[in-house]
Write a protein that binds this ligand. Structure first.
Ligand code: SF4
Ligand code: SF4
Length: 365
């Protein structure tokens, strides 16, 4: 099968400092410069030639890349399904320019407590995220919340689900993966996630939670297809092998007469040889880096393939419900019972009246 997904890192810079991520602070990442949009567009054409279907523009905070609307416009013109996960703290200022360009727009949020948000993410951005959800909906987008469950945030997830139900958005709920020696959920935590998965608006990828419970990738029988399923491009125009998180190789992409050789690099003997070894290196043992497994589970058919399919079906249904609710004004959601005071207060607080909540934004390029 040809690669289906591109994880396109536009920048490693970020205005947040999440406790479970080192992307913006990793010493090797700090000097890395972003490239001009023309370079990215040439790579998009190469991704098209490779047969890629989905481009996830990521980072860092992808909204810090000031040419994001230009590259998204070209990605849409080329027929890609576009995905952007962002903090939601910079979206209000850019929403108009991004309107209609992102098929899967996701904001990260794992709490409804502004103080907990600050302790987890290093900035006071909670109310901006709420504002972003409201603006996105008012512009006709169908945003989702990405909720990363850590041992600290798991207890507050029911409130996040309540908030999502009140706001008419989907929650993509999953456990934090092991990347920065951060503390992981145990089987009990995964059982909690499975309990929450039964509520309306919640999407859990059961293939991933099962894989997590099974101990992750086994180098003796690798399930990872990071190289064959996913193309990873760095902000400074390199193909990263085998994946962003554990890359040990950066292959410079060349551009000549308006053409990128990214597809030729991927077809090269060297990359194909590495592809034959994907998931079998020592650092791959026990890996649960989710960014590569959703696409890895697309083949061959096994229990993860089936659970992934089941999860996608659920996601499709939830997004369809969101669309119908948005278009018709009907409420088709079975909401959580109980006291909603905290949730309604979190939703109704107007960040525009709360200058202290405004995050600092670093503009690049
Ligand atoms: S918002 Fe994303 S890139 Fe930024 S620190 Fe958090 S997890 Fe890392
Ligand atoms: S198993 Fe994990 S570390 Fe190894 S190549 Fe796949 S995603 Fe990267």
């Amino acid at each position: 099968m040809p690669p289906v997904l591109a994880n396109y890192y536009l920048t490693y810079k970020c205005n947040s400092r999440c406790t479970y991520c080192d992307i913006p602070v990793k010493p090797e990442n700090i000097p890395i410069k972003e490239v001009a949009p023309e370079v990215i567009i040439e790579n998009l054409h190469a991704l098209k030639r490779l047969g890629v279907k989905v481009v996830d523009f990521t980072g860092g905070e992808p909204l810090l890349y000031k040419h994001l609307p230009v590259v998204l416009k070209e990605a849409k013109r080329l027929g890609f399904f576009t995905s952007v996960a962002n903090t939601g703290t910079l979206y209000p200022a850019k929403a108009e320019s991004l309107r209609g360009l992102i098929d899967d727009l996701k904001f990260s949020l794992s709490t409804i407590d502004p103080e907990f948000y600050k302790s987890e993410r290093g900035i006071s951005g909670f109310y901006k995220v709420i504002e972003s959800l409201k603006i996105a909906k008012s512009l006709g987008e169908r945003p989702s919340i990405i909720a990363t469950a850590t041992p600290e945030s798991l207890a507050g997830m029911e409130d996040v689900i309540g908030l999502a139900q009140e706001m008419g958005v989907v929650v993509l709920l999953g456990p934090v993966f092991d990347f920065c020696d951060n503390e992981l959920l145990q089987a009990e935590g995964i059982a909690q996630i499975h309990r929450l998965a039964k509520y309306d608006n919640v999407c859990v990828n059961w293939a991933f939670t099962q894989f997590f419970l099974d101990g992750g990738n086994n180098i003796a029988k690798p399930r990872c297809k990071a190289i064959s399923s996913t193309i990873v491009v760095s902000p400074d125009d390199h193909l990263l092998l085998p994946c962003y998180h554990m890359h040990d190789e950066r292959l410079k992409i060349k551009h000549e007469d308006g053409r990128s050789n990214l597809d030729e690099i991927w077809h090269s003997t060297h990359v194909q040889n590495r592809k034959a070894e994907e998931g079998s290196w020592g650092f791959c043992q026990g890996c649960t880096i989710w960014c590569y497994f959703e696409a890895s589970f697309l083949w061959p058919p096994d229990k993860y393939f089936l659970l992934n399919l089941k999860s996608k079906w659920r996601w499709g249904n939830e997004k369809l419900k969101q669309l119908v609710e948005q278009k018709s004004g009907l409420c088709l959601t079975r909401k959580l019972a109980g006291d909603k005071d905290k949730i309604m207060k979190a939703i109704s607080t107007n960040p525009l009246n709360s200058p202290a909540s405004k995050p600092t934004a670093e503009i690049i390029c």
